[in-house]
Design a protein around this ligand. Structure first.
Ligand SMILES: [Zn+2]
Length: 240
C-alpha cells in the first residue's frame, strides 16, 4: 500500500494488518482500529465517506457491537450513523464533543507551516458536517469502569485540545489516541490543528507521562512512543 511504503518510522505492518495486539485498517490517510472484547468487538472511529466501503468490508470479519468515536470530527465520525445501523452497534462519544456534531468549531494551526491547510480545513469543516447520529453511551469520566462493564480491558484517557472531548483508549501498552498525536504526514507529528493549542500541549505532556509503548493514531500507522518522544519534546520546548 502506497501509504505504508512511505512511512519513515519503525515499520509495524504485516499481512494481517496487526501490530502485536493492534488490529488496524489504514487506508487513504485514515486509520481505523478494532478492539476485541468479551461480549463483542469495538470499532475505534469510522472515517470519512471515501473509506466507508473498505472499512465496512474489513470490519465485517469481526463481531462489532460498539463504535467508539475518539472525537467528533468528520474524518472520524462521518460513517458513524451508517455503521451503527449496519452492525447494530452502540455508539460511544465523550459528551464534551456532543455539540461538535452539529456545529464545527474553527481550529488553530499548531505550527506556522499548517496555517494555510488549517484555513482550508475551517472552510470545509463548516461546509460539510457529518450525517447526524445519536450517541448511545456518553463518556463522562476517565478510567476503566465503563469499558469493564462493556467487556473491554482498558481505560479511557482524556486528551483535550484538538477538540474539547478528544478521548483516547489505553489498552495494555497501546494508547489509541485519535488525533491527540498523528502520523498523518508519514512520520510522527503533533496534531497540526487544535481548537485549543494550550490545552493540546498539556495533553502531549500527559501522553509522555502515560508512557505507552505504542501510539495508535487516527492517521498513519501506529507509532512507537520512543519515536514520538523527540517530536513532542521539541515542540513543547519551542512553543512554551
Ligand atoms: Zn482526524
Amino acid at each position: 500500500m502506497r501509504l505504508e511504503r512511505k512511512q519513515r518510522y519503525t515499520p509495524v505492518t504485516d499481512k494481517d494488518r496487526r501490530c502485536g495486539d493492534i488490529i488496524y485498517h489504514s487506508f487513504r490517510g485514515t486509520t481505523i482500529y478494532i478492539l476485541r472484547g468479551k461480549n463483542g468487538d469495538m470499532l475505534i472511529d469510522t472515517g470519512l465517506f471515501h473509506v466507508r466501503r473498505a472499512v465496512e468490508k474489513w470490519a465485517k470479519r469481526y463481531n462489532i457491537k460498539y463504535i467508539f468515536i475518539t472525537h467528533a470530527h468528520a474524518d472520524h465520525d462521518w460513517n458513524a450513523r451508517h455503521f451503527k445501523k449496519v452492525f447494530g452497534a452502540k455508539l460511544l462519544l465523550n459528551r464534551k464533543d456532543f455539540a461538535l456534531r452539529s456545529r464545527f468549531r474553527p481550529m488553530s494551526p499548531t505550527r506556522n507551516k499548517y496555517r494555510l491547510k488549517c484555513a482550508q480545513l475551517n472552510i470545509s469543516g463548516s461546509l460539510f458536517p457529518s450525517p447526524k447520529y445519536r450517541v448511545d453511551v456518553a463518556i463522562k469520566s476517565e478510567g476503566s469502569r465503563l469499558l469493564e462493564k462493556l467487556g473491554f480491558d482498558g481505560e479511557f484517557v482524556f486528551l483535550p485540545g484538538h477538540t474539547p472531548g478528544m478521548t483516547a483508549l489505553l489498552c495494555g501498552d497501546t494508547l489509541y489516541c485519535g488525533d491527540a498525536f498523528t502520523a498523518l504526514f508519514y512520520e510522527p507529528e503533533i496534531p497540526p490543528y487544535a481548537i485549543d493549542v494550550k490545552t493540546m500541549k498539556k495533553s502531549l505532556e500527559k501522553i509522555l507521562e502515560l508512557d505507552p509503548k505504542w501510539l495508535a493514531c487516527g492517521h498513519g500507522l501506529p507509532v512507537k512512543l520512543s519515536d514520538a518522544k523527540k517530536v513532542i519534546n521539541d515542540y513543547l520546548n519551542k512553543h512554551e
